[in-house]
Every structure is written in structure tokens, then in C-alpha cells.
Design a protein around this ligand. Sequence first.
Ligand SMILES: *Cc1c(COP(=O)(O)O)cnc(C)c1O
Length: 407
Amino acid sequence: MTGGTSPTATGSELLERYAGSLLGVFGRPQLVLSHGRGCHVWDVEGNRYLDLLSGIAVNALGHAHPDLVAAIHNQAGKAVHYSNFFTSLPQIELAERLLALAGAPDGSAVFFANSGTEALEAAIKLSRRTGRARMLAVEGAFHGRSTGALALTHKAAYRTPFAPLIPGVDHLPWGDGVALKQAFADDADHEIAAVFLEPVQGEAGVLPVDPGYLRLARELTREHGALLVLDEVQSGVGRTGSWFAFQRYGVTPDAFTLAKGLGGGVPIGALVTVGAAVTGLLTAGQHGSTFGGNPLACAAALAVLRVIERDDLLAHTRIVGEHLKASVAALDHPDLGPLRGEGLLLGMPLHRPIAAELAAAALTAGFIINAPNATTVRLAPPLILTTDEADRFVEALPGLLQELRTA
Ligand SMILES: *Cc1c(COP(=O)(O)O)cnc(C)c1O
């Protein structure tokens, strides 16, 4: 059967139809999924997988969480969208809630977008309003794929086919305080508008920022009148066991971006401007979005924040993250290094370049993990992952690694 919506179509039939109808930018998807519940998803053939990636750090509450389902259902029954000619209670409540959770001072504000990339685009435009046009980012940085955000992203394979990108971006070595100081020392004409940093580099393989480097970036940007923009698209909304990763470092940015986990899977992004001076940089008419901040996405995000708080998922995230670190260390396996990262944004270093093969073997065994590079496995499970679920994966690891040795 082709063309219809046959419930009995197999995965391989559906993947053929995918190849015939979708742009090939994602390559061949690994599976055709049918539904999820909690920390598990099922494919169309009925196989179950423990989801240790959660849609790339998105499904903070796992799949089909009853509170998120109810919030979406209730809001959809009222209105999904109004446009930004109007506002709504969920939009205002979500903005207020984010500012409160961030401990943002009076005059701080939120702009809602629909993705991480769009949040970064808003931050780029914010930085241009300083009257300066240079931006500093770092090697390994990932800030999105639109032509603006891509200029901040470091990976050559993403950038080169689309050159020239917006000019004025320099990528400095990650964590190199001397290079950062030098960049500002060389900026006699005060052209640097902003420094963009991820508190934890996610796509680069879960690399937490050095706290001293982050503090230095804060000092230098403040001295030179440049903005410090922290990209918390991946690390924010409880992922590292605090609401926002910057709170672990005691550094307050001038602006920060959110997206992935915020809507629990419903697309939403946000730029938060900290303090009245930064907020005042963007004024009426200077930016916008048709969908951004619609009541459906905001109601979903409010539900995510409510459940994280009600169920104390920040503490839970820290506990399960530490448990994973300790149990992987206890394996004392020659292929594995100690887990990097905090909370449930973890990088598992491999001493051999087998991450892709390990992820493939894990998938066959019923575990979704991710290989951001050849020597790292990324774990970014739902924040509701239990220690028992985590144990199932850790217990399977030696067997999976053994399979790769004998393959
Ligand atoms: C995923 C990601 C982005 C891009 O977000 P999209 O929602 O894919 O546009 C930007 N910055 C960071 C740190 C990310 O992890």
C-alpha cells in the first residue's frame, strides 16, 4: 500500500516514502517512531527504546506527560494563536516566570521565538543595537543554522557551503583566557558588540565552560561595554540541575537564549535581556515573529516549568546525573573515560573512535543515545529518568562495547 496512511506500513516502506518526499538534509532517519510514554518511545514495528536523548535535550518531561498533554489540550480548546498584535495570559505568565527563575533585575524582558536559532538571531540583532558589529564566539560553538546564527557556529562543514556569512565574527580557542584578553586589548576602536558562549558546549560533545574563563568573559565585556550573551538553548530549563546553567557559575549575562527544553517538545525559543539598559536596545518595530509567544507554546512551557518545580526535578536531575557518573565509573571499563557535564547533560568519552558504532549497537539493543563526535556519546535523557532506567543502560554498556570489539 502506498500513498495512504496505512497503519500496517513497515518502517522500511515508510522510509522509502520519506526518501521520496523529504529534503535529504537529515540523511536517512534511523527509525520511524509511532509514540512515546515517559522515557520510552516505540517504533512502528512495536519495538521499544529507552530514550536517553529526548529529542536532543528537548523532551524534558519525557513523552506524553499527563500535565503537558492536559496543558496543550486545554489551551488548544481555547486558542492556539492570536499574533503579536495581541497578547495572552500564558504569554505574560511565562515571561514573568522566566524572569523570576533567572532572578533577573527590574527592567529585564523576554522575547519569544520558535526555536533556538531564532533566539540567537534576536540576540545578534540586540548586539547590533550597541552600534558595534563585531561578535566573538569560540571554537566548537553551535548556535544554529540560519545564516546569522551560522556565522557564530564554528563547524566548517556547516558553514563553508554557505559562505559568505555575515562578517565580523571571530572564533577564539575555547577556554583560552589569554586569547580572549588579547582580542579585547586589540579592540582599541571598541568594535566588539558581544561575546557569545554556551555554558556547556552541547554539540561539541558536552564541554562545560571553565568557570574562570566565564568570569573573565564577564569582566572583559563589562569593561569594554560589550554584551555577554549566554546560549542556554541546550543547557537551560533544568537540564544541568539548575534552572539555567549560568546560575551554577555565579555569572550574570547581559542576555541569554533558551529553546530546546522550554516547551517540552512544543517549539518555542526565548531571548531574555537582563536589566533595563540591555532591554532598551531593541524598541518597537525592530524585531518580530508571527508565531513567537503564541498561547499554545507558552501554555506548554508553563506546564514544563510547573512540573519541574512541583516534582523537584532540578534535584532529581542532579541525583540521576551523579548516579550515572558513579555507575559508569564503577564499570571501570578500558574504553570509557569519566562522564563530563552536569545534571542530565552528559558526555561519555570513549578511548577509541567508536561513538557512532556504539550508538548504532545501542539502538539495536533498545537504547537511544547520540554520538556528537567520534569519541563522545551524549546522554541528554528526559529529566524524569529514574535511576533504574539509567541502570539498564549502564548494565548494557559492557556487552555493547564487547560486541564492537568482536565485530
Ligand atoms: C540546538 C541549539 C541551537 C539551535 O536551536 P534550534 O532550535 O535547532 O534552532 C542553538 N544553540 C545551542 C546551544 C543549541 O544546542
